[in-house]
Every structure is written in C-alpha cells, then in structure tokens.
Ligand binder design. Structure first.
Ligand code: FES
Ligand code: FES
Length: 169
C-alpha cells in the first residue's frame, strides 16, 4: 500500500519471505536494488542486469522472476521469496549433497528456479529440466550437478508421495 509520498520517493510495503517491510522507493528502482540496498537481502545477485543470466532470480508468487527487470513498485501485493528463506529447503540440501556449487555466484538464482521447477513439475523429465535451467547461467559450468540435485529432489518427493499413499490405504 502506498502510505506516503515525497517528491522522489514513495513509501510502500513489500511482503518478503512472509514479513511485510516498509521501503522507500523511486519509481525506477528495481526489485533487486530494493531487496539488496533497502532490506539488506544480498542473496539475489546483480550480474548482467538485463535478464540474461538469472543471478538475480527471486520468486514472485511462487514463480521465478528476474528481479533486475522487475520494478519494486510492480511488486506491491506480491509475495516475494528470496534465497534467505530457503535455508531448510530440500533443494538447497540437494545442491550441497550433489556438489552443485562452485564459486556460488549463480547459486541463489538456481536454487530458487529449481525450487519452483520441482513444485510445478513433480514429474519433470530431462527435457523439462533442461528448458527450466535455460533461464540461468553458471560461469563455472556446473550444470550436470545442478540437474542431479533437481532429480534427487524429484525422486525423494515421489518416494514420499508413494509412502504416504501406502499409509493411507
Ligand atoms: S542480473 Fe538479472 S538476469 Fe542477470
Ligand atoms: S557456481 Fe560459479 S557461476 Fe555458477
């Protein structure tokens, strides 16, 4: 909600990782800039700044978005998820277990993208995984390990679903 206005700045509330934050933004401030500079959430990275690399990926209402191309003012009323809230997620653990991290610069973006992938496509095959991963670049080229991490979560989720359905019978 817009709660006050000055000549250049507007105070708005952004819902980030389940918490509402009042931030002062200018109309051209990106979501990435606001998360990093106003809220100190530096997990999302600035790299290309033009939508090519995915280092700035966050989830907006559960969908991966390039926060370098999203205006903060567009994100009012949206639910924003950043890497800082993913400490205990299955996909983060799978990245660690599968050595899917090298320098780590691309990792926050990949983890969020992959989290959305396993949620949206519980039966994802190689083709779907390849397609989703196209939106993020890894200069260290650790793509195989990232795919292995995704597949390990998909398999674990299928196993859990099977166990739950057996228990329900
Ligand atoms: S920094 Fe946003 S896509 Fe590269
Ligand atoms: S781990 Fe270094 S850029 Fe991906």
């Amino acid at each position: 909600m817009i709660s006050s206005n000055t000549r250049k700045y507007t105070v708005v509330s952004l819902l980030v990782n389940g918490v509402s934050h009042d931030v002062m933004i200018r109309s051209a401030d990106t979501l990435l800039y606001t998360l990093r500079e106003q809220l100190g959430l530096t997990g999302a990275k600035y790299a290309c700044g033009n939508g090519d690399c995915g280092a700035c990926t966050v989830l907006v209402n559960g969908k991966p978005m390039h926060s370098c191309l999203t205006l903060a003012i567009e994100s009012i009323n949206d639910e924003i998820t950043t890497i800082e809230s993913m400490k205990h997620s299955d996909i983060r653990s799978a990245f660690v277990a599968n050595w899917a991290i090298q320098c780590g610069y691309c990792t926050p973006g990949f983890i969020l993208n992959c989290h959305a992938l396993v949620n949206e496509h519980p039966d994802a095959d190689d083709e779907i995984i390849e397609e989703w991963l196209k939106s993020n670049l890894c200069r260290c080229t650790g793509y195989q390990e990232i795919k292995d991490a995704v597949k390990s979560v998909l398999e674990a989720n299928k196993l859990k679903a099977k166990e739950n359905s057996n228990l329900a019978q």
